[in-house]
Design a protein around this ligand. Structure first.
Ligand SMILES: C[S@@+](CC[C@H](N)C(=O)[O-])C[C@H]1O[C@@H](n2cnc3c(N)ncnc32)[C@H](O)[C@@H]1O
Length: 238
C-alpha cells in the first residue's frame, strides 16, 4: 500500500478496493446487479428525479443530519474550479469553501431548479447544466476537483461516469466521493438485500452495491477511504 493511501474503517485495515483475495474487480457481485434485470433508462431516471425533487427537498434536513458530517469531511477542503456531478438539489454546495468556483451538473431539470434556488440563497455564483454524468460535455482536465455524492448507485453505467470524472479532472486534481452501499452489519444488509429490487424500482437506486468495487472497476486508485454509518457510507479521495 502506498504511503499516501490510507483506509479508515473503524480502525480496521482492509483492502481499499473492497476486494477479497483472488476476486476480480471486473466481475460484478450479485448484489451489485440486484434490480438490474431491467435497468432503468436515463430518461426513466430523469423522470423519477423530476417527480421526487420536491419530496427530496422537503426531507433534506433529515438527509443532512445523516450525511452532513461525511460531506463536510470529504468536500470541505477542495479548492479552485469544482465540478459537482449529479449535484441534485445542490446539497454539496453547503459544505464547500466560499472561494470555490462551483459548477454543478444533473440529468434532472427539477433537481437543478432546486439547486439554483440554493445557490442563490447561499450567494454562490455557480453554473448549473443539465448533463449526463456518463458523457460530460467538458474538456479534459477542466476542473481542479470533481466531487459527487450518493450518485453512482443511480447511474446506468457507474464505471463510465467515474471514467468521465477522471477525464475532466486536471493533472494533480482530486476526485472526492461520498457514496452509499450495502451495510457491513448482517441484519441491515439482509434487509437491504430483501428490498433491493423494490428499492431500485421505486428510487432507481442500487443500495446494495459496494462503492469500493465500482471504484476499482473504474481503475481508480484510492488515496483515502473511510466508512461509517454501519458500513452504508463510504467516502473516497481518489
Ligand atoms: C440521490 S440523488 C443525489 C443528489 C446529490 N448529489 C446529493 O447528494 O444530494 C442522485 C442524483 O443523481 C442524478 N442522476 C442520476 N443519473 C444521472 C446521470 N446519468 N447524469 C447526471 N445526473 C444523474 C439524479 O437526477 C439525482 O439528482
Amino acid at each position: 500500500m502506498s504511503a499516501r493511501r490510507r483506509e479508515r474503517d473503524h480502525g480496521r485495515e482492509t483492502d481499499p478496493t473492497g476486494r477479497e483475495a483472488g476476486e476480480s474487480a471486473a466481475t460484478p457481485e450479485p448484489a451489485e446487479t440486484a434490480g438490474l434485470d431491467r435497468p432503468m433508462s436515463l430518461d426513466e431516471i430523469r423522470a423519477s428525479y423530476d417527480e421526487y425533487a420536491d419530496w427530496l427537498h422537503r426531507f433534506e434536513r433529515i438527509e443532512r443530519l445523516v450525511t452532513g458530517r461525511y460531506r463536510r469531511e470529504r468536500f470541505g477542503d477542495v479548492g479552485g474550479r469544482v465540478l459537482d456531478v449529479a449535484c441534485g438539489t445542490g446539497t454539496n454546495a453547503e459544505y464547500l469553501p466560499e472561494s470555490v468556483e462551483y459548477v454543478g451538473v444533473d440529468i434532472s431539470g427539477e433537481m437543478l431548479a432546486k439547486a439554483r434556488d440554493r445557490l442563490d440563497r447561499l450567494g454562490i455564483d455557480g453554473d448549473l447544466y443539465r448533463m449526463d454524468a456518463q458523457d460530460l460535455d467538458f474538456d479534459d482536465g477542466a476542473f481542479d476537483a470533481v466531487l459527487s455524492a450518493l450518485s453512482t448507485c443511480t447511474f446506468p453505467d457507474p464505471v463510465a461516469a467515474l471514467g468521465e470524472m477522471d477525464r475532466v479532472r486536471a493533472p494533480g486534481g482530486t476526485i472526492r466521493l461520498v457514496e452509499h452501499g450495502r451495510s457491513d452489519v448482517g441484519i441491515i444488509a439482509r434487509y437491504q438485500d430483501w428490498r433491493s429490487d423494490a428499492h431500485y424500482a421505486n428510487a432507481g437506486c442500487r443500495w446494495t452495491q459496494e462503492p469500493r468495487r465500482i471504484v476499482a472497476r473504474a481503475g481508480l486508485d484510492p488515496v483515502d477511504v473511510t466508512t461509517g454509518l454501519f458500513g452504508t457510507i463510504t467516502t473516497f479521495e481518489l
